[in-house]
Design a protein around this ligand. Structure first.
Ligand code: F7E
Length: 313
C-alpha cells in the first residue's frame, strides 16, 4: 500500500474503533496507564484497569497483584475484554530487587495470558509492553527488530523471557509485542533520568548529582507512545514485535542544555557513584520504520516541547 492509501486505511479503521468495546489496562495507575486510559476512552472504549493493592480504585477498577493467579483470573472473568494493554510490571532498570523483577514481569504476565486464554470471550488484540532493553549492546547506530537480542541486565532479561514465554500462548491469543525505547512526560517517577532533571530545575536547585553522563537515548513523549499502542491494537496482525521510538538520539549533555534554556539558568553536574550503572549502553536508538508501516506516521513531539510541558506542569 502506498503512503496515502495507508493513511486513508488507518483513519477509516481508527474512526472511534473502540465504540461498544471493552479495554483492559493492567497497571492503570502507572505512568503510562493514565495516558493509555485517556487514549482508549477517546476512541470510544470502556476502559477497565487493574491496580495494585493500596492504589486508588474506582468504577471498573480491580485491585489485583498480577502474581496472584486467582485474582487475575477473577478480574479477567469479570471484564471479558475485547482488547488488552499489559503495562503492569517493574519498569525501573536499576530496581534493586531482581527476584521481584522476574516474578512480576514473567510470572505476572503468564498469569494474565493464562486467564485471557481461558476467558469465555476471546480478545481481538493483546498488547504486551516489552522494552528496548532486550537488545542490550548492539553494535549498530540504529536498532531494528531484526537484531538478535542480547540483554545484559535483569530487567532486559526479564522482558526478553516474557516475550519468549508469550510465544507459548501465540496459538491461543492474538499477541502483539511493543518494544518501547525511552519515553517520558508528566507523572513519570523521579527515579528516571528526565523527571529527575526537570524536578531539579523546577525547584531552582543549582546542582544535580547524576550517574553515567556520556549516554544518549531515543526519547519519545508518553502521549505519542499511548497513541502508537492504540493504533497497534487496531491495525497490527498478531505475532509481531515493534520498536516504539522516535529514531532520534538525545544526549544527556544536550538535554541539560535544553533544560537550561527552558528554565533560564545553568545547573552544576556532579557524578555520584551511587547513580552510576555498571552495565549501561552508551547509545540506544531505534528504527520506527516497521511501526510506521503498520500504524502510519505519528507526528513525533519534539523533546523540548515535552520537557517544557513537564517543567510547567
Ligand atoms: C527502554 C527503557 O527505558 C527506561 O530505562 P532507562 O534507560 O534505564 O531509563 P532512565 O531514565 O532510568 O535512565 C536513562 C539513562 O540515564 C542514565 N543516567 C545518568 N544519571 C542518571 C540518574 O541520576 N538517574 C537515572 N535514572 N538515570 C541516569 C542511565 O544510566 C541511563 O543510561 C525505562 O523506561 C525502562 O522501563 C525501559 O524499558
Amino acid at each position: 500500500m502506498n503512503r496515502l492509501a495507508t493513511e486513508k486505511f488507518t483513519s477509516l479503521v481508527l474512526d472511534r474503533e473502540g465504540e461498544g468495546k471493552r479495554a483492559l489496562i493492567t497497571g492503570l495507575r502507572g505512568f503510562t496507564g493514565h495516558y493509555m486510559a485517556q487514549e482508549l476512552t477517546s476512541a470510544g472504549y470502556r476502559v477497565f484497569g487493574t491496580v495494585l493493592p493500596g492504589e486508588p480504585t474506582g468504577p471498573d477498577v480491580f485491585t489485583v497483584d498480577l502474581c496472584d493467579r486467582d485474582a487475575v483470573l477473577r478480574a479477567v472473568e469479570q471484564v471479558q475484554p475485547d482488547v488488552v494493554v499489559h503495562l503492569a510490571g517493574i519498569a525501573f532498570v536499576a530496581h534493586s530487587n531482581a527476584e521481584l523483577i522476574y516474578r512480576v514481569n514473567i510470572v505476572g504476565t503468564r498469569n494474565l495470558l493464562e486467564a485471557l486464554a481461558g476467558a469465555r470471550h476471546q480478545p481481538s488484540s493483546v498488547l504486551l509492553a516489552s522494552s528496548a532493553n532486550i537488545y542490550g549492546h548492539v553494535d549498530v547506530p540504529v536498532i531494528d527488530e531484526s537484531m538478535t537480542p542480547a540483554p545484559f541486565n535483569d530487567y532486559g532479561v526479564s522482558k526478553l523471557a516474557m516475550e519468549h514465554m508469550a510465544q507459548l500462548w501465540s496459538d491461543k491469543l492474538p499477541i502483539i509485542i511493543a518494544r518501547p525505547f525511552n519515553y517520558t512526560g508528566v507523572g513519570q517517577d523521579a527515579n528516571f533520568l528526565l523527571p529527575k532533571i526537570v524536578s531539579h530545575f523546577r525547584s531552582g536547585a543549582r546542582d544535580i548529582e547524576l550517574g553515567n553522563l556520556n549516554i544518549a537515548r531515543d526519547f519519545s513523549d508518553v502521549r505519542v507512545v499511548a497513541k502508537a499502542y492504540r493504533r497497534l491494537l487496531a491495525l497490527s496482525p498478531p505475532g509481531q514485535a515493534y520498536n516504539v521510538c522516535s529514531g532520534r538520539a538525545y544526549s544527556l549533555r544536550g538535554i541539560l542544555d535544553t533544560m537550561a534554556g527552558i528554565a533560564g539558568y545553568d545547573i552544576d553536574v556532579r557524578v555520584n557513584p551511587a547513580f552510576v550503572r555498571a552495565s549501561d549502553v552508551p547509545t540506544l536508538v531505534g528504527s520506527n520504520r516497521k511501526l510506521a508501516s503498520v500504524i502510519g506516521e505519528i507526528e513525533a513531539t519534539p523533546l523540548e516541547d515535552t520537557l517544557r510541558w513537564m517543567y510547567q506542569a
